[in-house]
Design a protein. Structure first.
Lengths: 117, 111
């Protein structure tokens, strides 16, 4: 039973290019969360998605950032026209979710380390 | 800030000693969780403690929660070099089940 998978593990982009980060949740999990972590910092929530729906994007910058979780395939975090300040580790987590709204443990992927030159 | 804030920021101990890390928060919580992160890796869930619980154990880990003081502690007993990692507390509150993370405690256990 594979855990949360993220790829690529490392991504280098030049300023102005696009970065696409992928996350495959654990089998049976329908909830995906994206976080950003700067060096020596904790994780900052970005966006929470369920299949084909963005539930909460309050932590995601309004410009250049977008996320999707299609019916088929992985969740994608897309950063357009990257800038040096986008350099960080981006973590994805998944949970099975609950119709009752009770908290579920989140399982984290290994992260994608984005470096913008 | 509504983050869970851990202290100390860094902790250096010898193998076999106990390590205690604390987490404080400002608003009432539903749950509080502790995670471990090894350098360059993702987070590993350690323990979840609910607001109506006061203490939980898992192996060498002991977590306490004091809602009156809005604080939690993580105790690692008989530490090992492999416990070297950063430890984060995360809490969710109100109607949100998105955990909010603190900056973490960096623990170094010397063999």
């Amino acid at each position: 039973n594979a855990g949360v998978m993220q790829n690529p593990r490392h991504l280098v982009r030049r300023r102005g290019q696009e970065a696409r980060l992928r996350c495959s949740p654990m089998k049976g999990h329908s909830h995906v969360y994206w976080y950003r972590q700067l060096p020596e910092e904790g994780l900052k929530f970005m966006v929470y998605l369920q299949k084909e729906n963005i539930i909460d994007e309050s932590g995601m910058p309004k410009e250049r950032f977008s996320a999707e979780f299609p019916k088929e395939g992985p969740s994608i975090l897309r950063i357009q026209q990257v800038v040096r300040g986008d350099s960080a580790a981006y973590f994805c987590a998944s949970s099975p979710g609950s119709a009752g709204g009770l908290h579920n443990e989140q399982f984290f992927g290994p992260g994608t380390r984005l470096t913008v030159l | 800030s509504q983050q869970g804030e851990e202290d100390p920021q860094a902790l250096s101990i010898q193998e076999g000693e106990n390590a205690t890390m604390n987490c404080s928060y400002k608003t009432s919580i539903n749950n509080l969780q502790w995670y471990r992160q090894n350098s360059g890796r993702g987070l590993v869930h350690l323990i979840l403690i609910r607001s109506n619980e006061r203490e939980k154990h898992s192996g060498r880990l002991r977590v306490t929660l004091d809602t009156s003081k809005k604080s939690s502690s993580l105790l690692i007993t008989a530490s090992r070099a492999a416990d070297t990692a950063s430890y984060f507390c995360a809490r969710d509150s109100g109607g949100s089940y998105i955990p909010t993370f603190g900056r973490g405690t960096s623990l170094i256990v010397h063999p």
